[in-house]
Design a protein around this ligand. Structure first.
Ligand code: GDL
Length: 426
């Protein structure tokens, strides 16, 4: 039994939205794991954000209707989000009308729960005034949708949606204060924690924001999001959130990796956290999640993937806050290998260790290549290849030291890789 009333997934990332078939698979998993809410907010559905005023064309409208039905059949609340903030002019009657009409259009497609997103838009000079306009837009939408009183969820994503965006601070932000004072109690407010991608969300930080917003926040969790980088995918557990947090929030919604098939560890572990007992730990939760995920890897008779192999893959591609324990070891081994002080004998042992790691990564890759689960293969392939290739280059280089150096260090990364290695801190 989940300790939070609203538990689910946000399709809220930038980039290619999921397909109806992908969402169908997600809904089945969410239902099986005990989640109850799906927030539809793909930044690059044009009618969600760029063309927010326009109704969905016929084919897209039918697809949306089908999606709402699909969610409903899986027992999930489907929340439709509109993101009008890029150019909504609240002083303009036409825009007020357009906003109301768009929500009614979506309501006619069967949607019962709604959301207004004002994230990632320019700040007004007077932020409190900006908040008051957003309050007024939200109430206008509610009154249009529900003339007899609120009949579904209404979620609002503020422009200051995390601690680092609150000015001058969470406790003293005129913007957050105006939202808290102005918004009707039935409106839930989304919050990503201290940062956009919060590696930790403390109890104290949530108490602070709840106080100024005068309600428990609904967490929009970007812990597993990866739309801001090509360099990583997040296969670690739900972590960095104390269990006590569950009693302080209106809900927990994860905006996960773009690669749908790679979200089983993070999403399963989130549901596991939501219903976890006092001895719950991220590490144990990860193992339970990987057990659920493992059969997806063992669909061919040619290669077998073990739970240990999968744990290794998860540790190599872990969480934004840090590497998994086995990746920490791999990095230590690699550092020792490139250290000129390391003796020949030790080097051999280190190379053997890296070969084993690489072999296990390749085993996972081969198992997927041989099986029918192409979606999982294609989602995971780039990341496994990336790790295996870099390990191989290191192994070849280390094995040839003292001989003619093979050409393994020609630079293969991008400008972005080089910028990342500059080592400055924000
Ligand atoms: C954001 C965006 C979100 C994006 C995420 C990670 C919120 C509220 N908005 O700021 O769409 O996926 O960062 O890049 O999180």
């Amino acid at each position: 039994m989940s300790a939070v009333p609203i538990l689910g997934v946000i399709e809220g990332f930038y980039g290619r939205p999921w397909t109806p078939a992908q969402r169908g698979r997600l809904f089945a998993r969410m239902a099986a794991w005990g989640m109850n809410t799906f927030l539809y907010a793909p930044k690059d559905d044009r009618w969600h954000r760029q063309l927010w005023r326009d109704p969905y064309p016929e084919a897209e409208a039918e697809a949306l209707r089908g999606l709402v039905e699909d969610a409903c059949q899986h027992g999930l609340q489907f929340v439709y989000a509109l993101a009008p903030g890029l150019d909504l002019d609240w002083a303009d009657d036409g825009d007020r009308r357009a906003l109301a009409e768009k929500f009614v259009h979506v309501q006619r497609l069967g949607v019962e729960h709604f959301s207004l997103l004002f994230d990632d838009i320019p700040y007004a000079v007077d932020r409190a005034a900006q908040a008051r306009e957003q309050v007024s837009a939200t109430h206008h939408v509610m009154d249009t949708l529900w003339p007899d009183g609120q009949a579904g969820l209404l979620l609002l994503c503020p422009t200051e949606y995390c601690g680092e965006r609150a000015a001058p601070s969470v406790a003293t932000s005129p913007y957050l204060k105006a939202l808290g004072e102005g918004l009707r109690p039935g409106v839930e407010i989304l919050w990503t924690g201290p940062q956009v991608v919060s590696t930790e969300i403390s109890v104290q930080s949530v108490r602070e924001v709840n106080e100024i917003l005068r309600r428990p926040v609904m967490i929009w969790d970007n812990l597993h999001a990866n739309d801001f980088t090509l360099h990583r995918v997040n296969l670690g557990p739900y972590a960095g959130r104390p269990l006590e947090l569950r009693g302080l929030v209106a809900g927990l919604l994860s905006n996960p990796n773009n690669q749908l098939e790679l979200n089983t560890p993070g999403l399963f572990s989130l549901t596991d956290y939501a219903s976890g007992k006092s001895d719950w730990t991220p590490e144990a939760s990860l193992d339970r999640a990987l057990e659920v995920w493992l059969p997806a890897f063992n669909t061919s008779s040619i290669h077998r993937v073990s739970l240990d192999d999968l744990r290794l893959v998860s540790h190599l591609l872990y969480l934004p806050g840090g590497l998994g324990p086995q990746a920490v070891r791999v990095l230590d081994v690699a550092r020792a290998l490139v250290n000129p002080q390391t003796g020949a004998e030790e080097r051999e042992a280190l190379v053997r260790e890296l070969r084993t790691v690489r072999h296990r990564v390749i085993t996972v890759l081969r198992a997927l290549e041989a099986g029918p689960n192409r979606d999982l293969l294609f989602d995971l392939h780039p990341y496994l290849v990336d790790v295996a290739e870099e390990l191989q280059r290191l192994i070849v280089w280390a094995s040839h030291r003292g001989e003619d150096d093979p050409e393994v260090f020609s630079y293969r990364g991008s400008l972005a890789d080089r910028l990342m290695t500059l080592g400055w801190k924000t």
